[in-house]
Ligand binder design. Sequence first.
Ligand SMILES: [Zn+2]
Length: 247
Amino acid sequence: MLFKEIRTLRADEIECRIGQISKDGKGLSLLLYKDARCDMNILDETFGPMNWQRHHSRDNANCIISVWDDEKKQWIEKEDTGTESNMEAAKGLASSSMKRAGTNWGIGRELYTAPFIWVAAEKCNITNGRCYDGFDVTLIEYDECRRISALVIVNERTGEVAYRFYKAAQNAKKRTQKKDELQSASQSISESAYRCNDCGNVLVWAKAKDGTNMSPTMISEYSLDRYGKTLCPSCIKKMEAAKRKSA
Ligand SMILES: [Zn+2]
């Protein structure tokens, strides 16, 4: 099968669920999950609706997702087990095993790189050790290794940001990359440019006395020819003036 990259999840395809509420009521932790439809959507998108199928066994406890490999002319299967959820047991088990099988295909695997998500009590409503606020991922970004590099979560009840994460290392890396780019850019300019051997200025286009536009190369050749070195127009003038004086 031609390798087809499974894309990373968008913010709207990710669900937040409360992991734990701290005993002292000072905050809670959140966990990220993919929602039930995104496995099917991404399988459709990546392989085409006609090229994948799922079946369940062991009363929905297991799910097999098969993808058609047109080169090998066979189905490639990946299977996993679900865990019973509190919701409608059978349906919950089917979607849970589907999600896990989807993860085997790489769908939403990047969620395992999530940071520890802590929401302080000021940003949510914890009463008697419970919290009924909903949380929404509004921004997610990944680095080149598909690791989460930025994450913003909003409390649906208040509409305010409950959690924000930016990977500092990534920003630092971007900064050094930029610096390196600038450095090599300025280096290549100075290497390719002609410099005046007397004053050190970089030669730029200039107009000669007769009105012709002289490129740095032409100016350099002109001065090399007459004075044996690369000179800028003003240093050439100085040389000419000195020559006239001595003559
Ligand atoms: Zn000069």
